[in-house]
Design a binder for this molecule. Sequence first.
Ligand code: CP
Ligand code: NVA
Length: 305
Amino acid sequence: MRHLLSVDNLTAKEIQRIFAISEDLKQKFKAGVREPLLPGRVMALLFEKPSLRTRVSFEAGMTHLGGSSMMLGADAGFGKRESIADFSRVLSEMVDVIVVRAKAHETVAGVAQHATCAVINGLTDRSHPCQALADLFTVQEQFGTLEGAKLAWVGDANNVSRSLAMACALTGVAFAAATPPGYEFDEKFLDECRAAGDGVEITATHDPREAVDGASAVYTDVWASMGQEAEQAKRKADFADYQVNGELMKAAGPAARFMHCLPARRGEEVTDEVMDSPYSVIVEQAGNRMHVQKGVLVWLLGAQA
Ligand code: CP
Ligand code: NVA
């Protein structure tokens, strides 16, 4: 049984296949065609944290594909009424795929370990694979190709940036990170990305201007992720020099797009000027969550595309 728990569950070739299915489905959707490739298939969503994009993009996407979805609320008693093993085994008898957003990565891994249907990670403290896939698809769409692209990350070495670093490595996109001292990527993880990337340039610095130099896209995310609210004030001070503003975008060069997984804290990690600029692709990027997750569902559930 295949799952999507982190980007490195996929090969470069599989990512290209998912992108091809996603592109086909996106073009058809834009032309008013919603091909029912997954009729009668059922998706359960289990979320321990809030969500707009992930939940709606999965539910809308599954509806377009002719399947159905159900959001399991607190009444399902996940982690409370019975063991994760019993919960996952029973749920697998009734649904074809489970999307889990969990506080701890181990929780999603636990569901996957016991489920007999496909499991997709809808964000954990460690990774956000669906986000990274949609983001690379967006870069490809913006430039017509991923060849020669460079993605600059300015901010925290968090779930989103870790998945992006690995996705860049697998798709041959150079990845340059600028993080504040004390918030760096783990060197071992960067080495894993380099090994997966086969020659792709993966670099880390404390200097945002150095990271964004020549970037195709400059990407940032909130300084305090969900679950880190208590660190908000400290992080706001520690990340103060890492704001993506008009000046930093100028340093990146005229071709650079601005990207953000959203939700954003305007005025903190990014200014209104950048969010609302013509080079900001945040809305297209969010829309692509749906198109690419449709590709993931079709690919994972094995339907003919
Ligand atoms: N980017 C993202 O995953 O958004 P949500 O938290 O709204 O799902
Ligand atoms: N890093 C953010 C991403 C939200 C989509 C968080 O985990 O809260």
